[in-house]
Write a protein that binds this ligand. Structure first.
Ligand code: PLP
Length: 411
């Protein structure tokens, strides 16, 4: 998408051939973008160019193909650095996704944790940004403190200054909740955390699909996201960390590609990001992710956000019209991402989503890998609709019409 002035929902949709397919004879209305979104053709083309023209390993071969693949791989790193406004591409680590990135940071930081240290996590985290910290509690004897939630599932930051004490080493929170769509006040959190000498890790898996992020302006210390939720391939993600912090961390995986010198007795590791990319990386996927991030950066974000808000308003009005429906998160289209989780009285979300599927409408039902949040809200599961840039009014209307059919069957 190079010419941002020609943007229209239709021109954008044409870049996603998968949108033409049918499900059970019905047009597809895909609204599970928070789980995985589709990628535009330019991403598939970039990966296919690698596979068909210069497939080879990176940072190894001096022959032409090796040079081309290394250049394309490092170009993707430059794109990721630009997308996050990192100070340098040396701060970008390619991983297999957010889950891997959280585990990497949890393992590496824990090497210097002592019993009595504290880590602060919110009760609303995706299990990927919860269980690794819970394990540290068991393995290192650190205390894990929880930021609670309000009745709508958004974070309750009112007592944060008592939760983050001078024993806190790390605060780990998501930028945007995958359940409520609530946007975390990261500036408030980093202000308090840094004052106490704690680092801030941000799970950005649900934020990067909604536009470039500025890690410097957010003043965070680590930031992670997944390719497949940001219009890129599966099996790849990005972990950003401040250069001086990466230099101070021990490696996570060891092996080829991350060493300065190995002798029979000992090993000296590369510094910075290269220390964390042991073994052959997912090269085609990294190149595809670079194309996805370039594509995202070329979108006219002000117009896209207005468009997403228009769709959100249409969906919100329809949902709030349904009797017995409890919507999580903000009840307005502002100050939230277009991720809408709801519970309909006496209707299990699996039944709701199963019937919606008959009408070609794809929604996620379940606990969304956020069982501590479900427990805190007295819920077992919700149905979740999540909007991407290629969705249109017909997707929203199809969902609302199909929801009425669901109610006829289940009530
Ligand atoms: N964090 C959040 C907020 C998510 O929504 C998800 C996936 O749904 C993850 C982490 C895990 O991402 P991945 O499965 O790509 O590692």
């Amino acid at each position: 998408m190079s010419d941002t002035h020609n943007w229209s929902p239709e021109s954008l949709r044409r870049q996603f051939p998968i949108l033409d397919r049918k499900v059970h004879g019905e047009p597809l209305h895909y609204l599970d973008n928070a789980a995985t979104t589709f990628s535009p053709e330019c991403v598939h083309e970039a990966m296919s160019r690698y596979e068909n023209h210069y497939r080879s390993n990176v940072q190894r071969g001096v022959y032409q193909l090796g040079v081309e693949s290394t250049e394309a791989y490092e170009e993707a790193r430059n794109s990721a650095a630009k997308f996050l406004n990192a100070t340098s591409a040396d701060e970008i680590i390619f991983t297999s996704g957010t889950t891997f990135s959280v585990n990497l940071i949890a393992y590496c930081l824990s090497q210097s944790f002592k019993p009595g240290d504290e880590i602060v996590v919110s009760v609303a985290e995706h299990h990927s940004n919860f269980i690794p910290w819970q394990r540290l509690r068991e393995q290192c004897g650190v205390e894990m403190k929880l930021i609670p939630v309000l009745a709508n599932g958004s974070l309750d930051l009112s007592q944060l200054d008592t939760i983050i004490t001078d024993r806190c080493r790390l605060v780990a929170v998501s930028h945007i909740s995958n359940v409520t769509g609530s946007i975390t006040d990261l500036k408030h959190i980093t202000g308090l955390a840094h004052r106490q000498g704690a680092l801030v890790f941000v799970d950005g898996a649900q934020a990067t699909p909604h536009g470039p992020v500025d890690v410097q302006a957010l003043n965070v210390d680590f930031y992670a996201f997944s390719g497949h939720k940001s219009y890129g391939p599966t099996g790849v993600g990005v972990l950003w960390g401040r250069r001086e912090l990466l230099d101070a961390l021990p490696p996570f995986l060891t092996g080829g590609g991350m060493i300065e010198r190995v002798t029979a007795q000992t090993t000296r590791y590369l510094s910075g990001n290269r220390r964390f990319e042991a073994g052959t990386p997912p090269i085609a996927q990294v190149i595809g992710l670079g194309a996805a991030l370039d594509w995202l950066m070329a979108l006219p974000w002000q117009e896209i956000r207005d468009y997403e808000q228009k769709l959100s308003g249409r969906l919100l009005a329809g949902l709030l019209d349904i009797q017995g429906l409890r919507l999580l998160g903000e009840q307005a289209v502002t100050h939230r991402a277009p991720i809408f989780s709801f519970d309909i009285e006496s209707c299990h979300s699996h039944d709701v989503c199963q019937i919606l599927d008959d009408y070609g409408v794809a929604l996620r039902g379940g606990h969304h890998c956020a069982q501590p949040l479900m427990d805190a809200l007295g819920l077992v599961a919700t149905s979740r609709a999540s909007i991407a840039v290629f969705n249109n009014e017909s997707d929203i209307d199809a969902l609302l019409v199909a929801l009425n059919k669901v109610l006829e069957v289940l009530r």
